[in-house]
Design a binder for this molecule. Structure first.
Ligand SMILES: Nc1ncnc2c1ncn2[C@@H]1O[C@H](COP(=O)(O)OP(=O)(O)OP(=O)(O)O)[C@@H](O)[C@H]1O
Ligand SMILES: [Mg+2]
Length: 163
């Protein structure tokens, strides 16, 4: 299984890795495929920081204010492609996720979804998705591993992430 590993010593470096993933999302959606990106890692790992970096990369001149959707559950940003930011920390079942209409979000042909705590509802994870794992290191840096699932996404990541 392919995995791309990065080390981010500070939040600005997390944003740089996020910009690479934003480029993957951009290419995927232009190709007519929605993209689900799952963000995993402990509380405070930098998942929301990562999404801030994605939104900034997709619309550098926009003044989007990206905050944690822990209570709202989902927040959307009018970028190109549009970004839906979800936090499933408070979600306990597929039923809960269905009540927020997750299918329209995960399978939005004009958009990408960035999902914190995606592993809380594993049955909803599509076959094709990008797994991003963030882990704080003893130094305070974050290791960030990016793992594509699905053949077409593997090809796209090879092109975009190794460039
Ligand atoms: N590469 C990095 N190095 C050091 N600190 C970082 C890095 N990336 C993000 N941070 C910091 O980690 C803190 C927590 O970030 P953030 O809120 O994004 O985490 P989270 O994973 O979304 O947390 P939660 O699980 O509570 O939603 C922030 O203060 C952020 O600036
Ligand atoms: Mg968060």
């Amino acid at each position: 299984m392919t995995e791309y590993a990065f080390l981010a010593a500070e939040p600005a470096e997390t944003a740089r890795v996020a910009a690479k993933v934003a480029a993957v999302a951009e290419r995927a959606v232009v190709g007519g495929q929605p993209l689900v990106v799952g963000l995993s890692g402990p509380l405070g790992a930098g998942k929301t920081t990562f999404v801030q970096g994605v939104v900034a990369a997709l619309d550098p001149r926009g003044d989007h204010y990206v905050t944690s959707p822990t209570y709202a559950l989902v927040q959307t940003y009018d970028t190109q492609p549009r970004v839906a930011h979800l936090d499933l920390y408070r979600i306990e079942s597929l039923e809960d996720l269905e009540s927020i209409g997750y299918r329209e979000i995960y399978y939005d042909p004009g958009g990408c979804a960035f999902v914190e705590w995606i592993e809380r509802v594993p049955e909803a994870i599509p076959d094709r998705w990008l797994e991003v794992r963030m882990a704080p290191q003893p130094s305070g840096a974050r290791s960030i591993s990016v793992r594509p699932h699905g053949a077409a996404l593997c090809v796209l990541c090879r092109e975009v992430l190794t460039a």
